[in-house]
Design a protein around this ligand. Structure first.
Ligand SMILES: NC(=O)c1ccc[n+]([C@@H]2O[C@H](COP(=O)([O-])OP(=O)(O)OC[C@H]3O[C@@H](n4cnc5c(N)ncnc54)[C@H](OP(=O)(O)O)[C@@H]3O)[C@@H](O)[C@H]2O)c1
Length: 316
């Protein structure tokens, strides 16, 4: 699979990485089987993915433990990324817990999961710099930062990666974050590239959306969902022309946006992963990328970006 350099780091990551939120189980996801989770991680590595993303917040460390079990004996085959809180005191504990849970002595990329308005960015990033100096993390990353917060962070310490939400419907970063990251050579790894399953085409009515974290996803709400389905129909036509699936088209679109380094895609079982891998290794035409982008943007304009995709606002 194609690899791209993450920021100015020495990490050449595959354009599709495996997200492991679902492996953290409750409270966000249901019906998750640990053995299947481990099989999915093994399948990802076997199929050539070299980048795994987890977080303490995924099941309060549970996902980190599952990743740790799965990579036992295979540490050298993958770049590992996890995430911590923004409180400097907690960061120092989070990293030690993370390394212990994953059974490793350093992590390749450690990201601040969410900024907190009551904590100066310089303090958060200062703590990240300290654990980097201590050799516990190779590179620093941030997630869910605004443009102003990215600027502040860069004044304190060099970081190589920004992890925002991005898919054909969730387009906020195009205005400011993508251009900023391009200018400063910061890698961008996008989350929820399949809009949590919507861009696989399997949800044709709102009643099919599972009662898990997706119940609050703004894309699944009345008035927006129906508009999304119109775009899904359009994209399915393009998928048929290429003899591809909708998921492959949706992922291909994301990884061909200027400034995007990779997409982190979730999969709860190897068969989903297998399909998703087909998102790389080919290309939509420029005209198709433009047309999909244009239609997705119409949906994007209906969305409220004052809170995140699930209506969550981190505590101050
Ligand atoms: N930094 C952050 O704040 C943040 C936030 C969200 C996510 N992330 C990261 O990004 C990763 C991916 O995001 P995400 O899980 O929100 O969204 P996603 O990748 O857009 O969607 C993943 C979900 O879609 C379904 N799916 C995936 N492939 C499929 C296929 N081929 N056919 C049918 N269904 C399929 C699966 O759920 P079902 O089988 O249950 O339908 C899967 O869990 C996460 O795992 C996490 O690492 C980070």
């Amino acid at each position: 699979m194609e690899k791209r350099r993450l920021g100015r780091s020495d990490m050449e990551i595959t354009v599709l990485g495996l997200g492991t939120w679902v492996f953290g189980k409750a409270p966000h996801w249901k019906d998750v089987d640990d053995d299947e989770s481990i099989r999915t991680i093994h399948a990802a590595i076997d199929m050539g993915i070299n980048f795994l993303d987890t977080a303490k917040a995924y099941g309060d460390g549970y996902s980190e433990s599952i990743v740790g079990k799965a990579i036992k004996g295979r540490r050298d085959e993958v770049f590992l990324a996890s995430k911590c809180g923004a409180d400097p005191k907690i960061i120092k504990k989070d990293i030690d817990d993370c390394l212990k849970r994953m059974g490793i002595d350093y992590i390749d990329l450690y990201q601040v999961h969410y900024p907190r308005t009551s904590i100066p960015i310089a303090e958060t990033m200062g703590a990240m710099a300290e654990i980097q100096k201590a050799g516990k993390i190779r590179y620093i990353g941030v997630s869910n930062f605004s443009l102003e917060q990215l600027k502040d962070a860069l004044e304190t310490v060099r970081f190589e990666c920004c992890q925002p939400p991005y898919n054909i419907f969730w387009r906020q970063i195009e205005e400011d974050i993508l251009p900023f990251c391009r200018e400063h050579e910061i890698g961008v790894i996008c989350y929820s590239p399949l809009a949590q399953g919507l861009l696989t085409g399997k949800f044709r009515s709102r009643s099919q959306v599972p009662d898990d974290v997706r119940a609050n996803n703004k894309l699944f709400q009345e008035g927006v969902f129906e508009k999304c389905l119109e775009v899904v129909d359009f994209m399915e036509g393009i998928a048929r022309r290429h003899n591809r699936t909708l998921a492959e088209v949706a992922l291909n679109w994301v990884i061909h946006q200027p400034g995007v380094t990779a997409a982190i895609v979730g999969a709860r079982r190897p068969s989903q992963l297998q399909e998703n891998l087909g998102g790389a290794g080919w290309s939509l035409t420029d005209e198709e990328i433009k047309q999909i982008g244009h239609r997705g943007l119409e949906v994007s304009k209906l969305l409220d970006y004052s809170t995140n995709m699930w209506g969550y606002k981190p505590p101050a």
